[in-house]
Ligand binder design. Structure first.
Ligand code: ZN
Ligand code: ZN
Length: 282
């Protein structure tokens, strides 16, 4: 891979003024997550489960949901709280909300299990600053999810038919361009890659080529969107050479304008849970 092609959060912050605040936020959260794993503040983001992955995939279960619930909670609850504290310290305009959230999620009786079980949807009612909480919870869950995606090979094509990431369960929202009749879906949360046959919409299964469109915005960076007219959802397509291993976080940030343009001009958007993991509430 040519060094010039690799985008990192730091490079975006330095070279793309318009995207710098978002890149800086993700950089800070990634830094805090790394500290959390190494400074004794919490357990390492290793989330083990019983049995081989194939058993869970056969049952249609993403690996993150195969981990004992208490294990994910023990990692995610303190990390979400630390991310909220760090945001409070670094970003003045949301400091009050983030600080309030950090206190609230530390209270006994906070419904962590309900939040984690339902992480693909909005948080349960009663959680204050719900959009900010959702974003931070997803960033915290990215740690164990990424560890799972790194640790295991993806299921072979035909073995995993559910329309979600086999590692963490997030809906598909990105893919890697490659020739042939198969494609690699790429999870925006954990970086897991898995193969699906055919070019049908990975959200609803629509396979009528007349109802699938490709959207591009040259100014929005090295990606296109494949949009489905049947369900209105889209998948962002990256060139393989531009991707580093792991979650495509930097490229997602670099090309986030494509999401804005597609929604504004075409009414097309990607799966809300995936977007919520990338974009903090406005
Ligand atoms: Zn995933
Ligand atoms: Zn569709």
């Amino acid at each position: 891979m040519a060094g010039d092609d690799v985008w990192t959060l730091a490079r975006i912050e330095a070279e793309e003024p318009e995207l710098a605040p978002l890149a800086r936020l993700h950089g800070i959260l990634a830094d805090e997550t790394a500290r959390f794993a190494t400074d004794g503040g919490g357990p390492a983001p290793r989330a083990a489960f019983a049995g081989p992955p194939a058993v869970h995939w056969l049952a249609g279960r993403p690996l993150l949901l195969a981990v004992q619930p208490g294990v994910v909670r023990a990692l995610t609850a303190p990390l979400t709280q630390r991310l909220a504290q760090r945001v409070a310290a670094a970003f003045e305009d949301v400091a009050e909300a983030a600080a309030e959230l950090a206190v609230f999620v530390g209270r006994p009786g906070f419904p962590w299990q309900e939040c984690i079980d339902g992480f693909r949807g909005p948080p349960p009612s009663g959680v204050p600053h719900a959009p900010l909480f959702r974003f931070l919870l997803l960033r915290a869950l990215a740690a164990p999810a990424t560890h799972l995606a790194r640790s295991f090979s993806a299921p072979p094509p035909g073995r995993w038919l559910r329309r979600m990431c086999p590692f963490c369960g997030l809906p598909p929202a990105a893919s890697v361009a490659r020739p042939g009749g198969e494609r690699w879906l790429l999870c925006v949360l954990c970086g897991g890659r898995w193969t699906v046959s055919g070019m049908a919409c990975p959200s609803c299964g629509e396979d009528d080529g007349n109802r699938l469109r490709v959207l591009a915005a040259p100014a929005a960076g090295p990606a296109t969107l494949e949009a489905c007219d049947s369900c209105g959802l889209a998948v962002k397509v990256f060139a393989d050479g531009a991707l580093a291993p792991g979650p495509p976080l930097a490229l997602e940030i670099l090309t986030i304008r494509l999401d804005f343009v597609a929604e504004r001009d075409e009414g097309v958007r990607r799966a809300p849970a995936a977007v919520a993991a990338l974009l903090p509430p406005a």
